[in-house]
Design a protein around this ligand. Structure first.
Ligand SMILES: [Fe+2]
Ligand SMILES: [Fe+2]
Length: 468
């Protein structure tokens, strides 16, 4: 996969563990994409935020909480993606990216933002109608969108097992020093210091990308005392006066470059996958929450794949790897706009290209976790087909791993049995008949037989074929 080669070697120790700092930093790049930022945004914000933590004298425990708050600040990103697309009638990713640049801290600025962002590509009458509908919800909608995102983000941080201050920091990321933020309108030191640092670091990262050091300094001065804690702004303006620091900042993009900043990383086994699967379940939930039409797609595809692997007699270890790959197979969909994911009709060629990019993006996100074996390869190959008609590398049968073929069948079965905006889901028997027609041509025979066996053996059971 030429476009996805990672040249920096990963530090996996000899007993087969991965540092949690590397795992979360790698996966944070999926959250960047859902927010309309490039991969590496959270990693750079983390690097800068940890520097700020040093400058203001945080202790080791607070530094660890800050580290994971910075990487997971956008964990709730997908929870409001559908609503943002629906209310703004626009690409959720560009609307979200604009929200981080625009100063919406006053009512008239919020109105200006709405006028610019609402249905930008639509004819004027449609734009006006959408604005009226958006206006009818007013500030309560803005609050709802932030509330849902930060509540979900904090929940996911807790599920990942990080300490409460990290979750609290994610919950209060959008609070502003002068009380104009959301969701609680906290003011000054009522806002957790980790949230104040994270907001400043993420804003600095974005403005640095748009206009370099001068642009960062300008936004910090402009929002000193409104968005940002004045003491933190002063710390950055004092310590970050040299171009050298910003040059180092600009060179940060890979998970390895921030891994050492966690004072006490957890050791996550890469040989036995229990803990990695728990992390995978959290990120699968992030992907599934992006669209109301796929609310359990990744989870169900993983359950199917895992059970198919068992039926096929694969050993526990191999089955776990396949299950993990299935949990994470659609990570790249976080980079696809909901205006495409939820479209109730055929995609045009540009939309199709964006949709089909998701497998390569999945690979890029997972590639740094190479001690997990071929998980990235299996996950990224789930739309490849035996006859070469799939994407994104157009692999053929002999090039496809067995695990990839299992995930591919599970993915299709889950997708065709689920409802979509443009069709009802098939019954299990119809879906098996459909798969049988593809057997040996596009999809492998063994996984289809395993699936058939699972459906058959559930016949007659009162609960039928379930995936719980
Ligand atoms: Fe997919
Ligand atoms: Fe999928």
């Amino acid at each position: 996969m030429a476009t996805s080669t990672v040249s920096t070697p990963l530090r996996a120790d000899r007993v087969g563990t991965l540092p949690s700092s590397v795992v979360i930093a790698s996966l944070s790049r999926a959250l960047d994409l859902a927010e309309g930022e490039p991969m590496g945004h959270a990693i750079r914000a983390c690097w800068l935020g940890m520097k700020i933590g040093d400058w203001v004298g945080l202790g080791p425990e607070e530094r660890q909480d800050l580290f994971y708050a910075l990487l997971l600040k956008d964990a709730g990103c997908s929870a409001n993606a559908y609503s943002v697309t629906h209310w703004f009638a626009a690409d959720d990713r560009s609307t979200k990216a604009q929200l981080k640049v625009a100063d919406w801290g006053s009512q008239w600025r919020s109105v200006l933002f709405a006028i610019r962002q609402t249905a930008p590509a639509a004819p004027i009458t449609r734009r006006m109608a959408q604005l009226v509908s958006l206006g009818s919800r007013g500030p309560s909608l803005a609050n709802e969108l932030v509330q849902v995102r930060c509540t979900r983000g904090a929940e996911l941080v807790r599920q990942l097992g990080w300490a409460e201050p990290s979750a609290e920091a994610v919950f209060s990321l959008d609070e502003h020093w002068n009380g104009s933020g959301r969701p609680r309108g906290l003011k000054g030191e009522e806002i957790p210091v980790l949230s104040r640092i994270a907001l400043l670091a993420q804003t600095a990262e974005i403005f640095w990308r748009h206009g370099g050091r001068r642009s960062v300094e300008a936004v910090l001065r402009r929002r000193r005392g409104s968005w940002f804690d004045p003491q933190l702004v002063d710390a950055v303006l004092t310590h970050a006066r040299s171009d050298k620091l910003w040059d180092r900042f600009g060179a940060i993009s890979h998970p390895e470059q921030v891994a050492h900043l966690d004072p006490r990383p957890r050791k996550i086994p890469s040989a036995t996958l229990g803990e990695m699967i728990q992390i995978g379940q959290v990120f699968a939930a992030v992907v599934d929450a992006k669209s109301p039409w796929t609310t359990s797609h990744s989870t169900r595809t993983a359950l199917l794949s895992r059970r198919m692997a068992d039926v096929m007699g694969l050993d526990e270890d191999e089955a776990d790897h396949i299950g993990l790959a299935a949990l994470l197979h659609d990570l790249g969909k976080l980079a696809v706009s909901n205006s495409i994911l939820d479209k109730a009709g055929p995609l045009d060629p540009g939309e199709m290209m964006e949709m089909q990019s998701h497998t390569d993006i999945t690979y890029q996100i997972l590639a740094p976790l190479w001690p997990l074996g071929d998980v990235a390869e299996m996950a990224a190959s789930h739309h490849e087909r035996l006859d070469g008609s799939g994407y994104h590398r157009h692999l053929r049968g002999p090039d496809l791993t067995f695990g990839a073929q299992i995930v591919a069948v599970a993915d299709v079965f889950e997708a065709i049995t689920a409802d979509r905006p443009y069709r009802r889901g098939m019954e299990n028997d119809d879906a098996i008949r459909w798969l049988k027609k593809e057997e040996g041509r596009t999809l492998a025979a063994e996984p289809i037989s395993a699936l058939f066996e699972m459906v058959e053996s559930a016949r007659g059971r009162p609960e039928g074929f379930t995936l719980t």
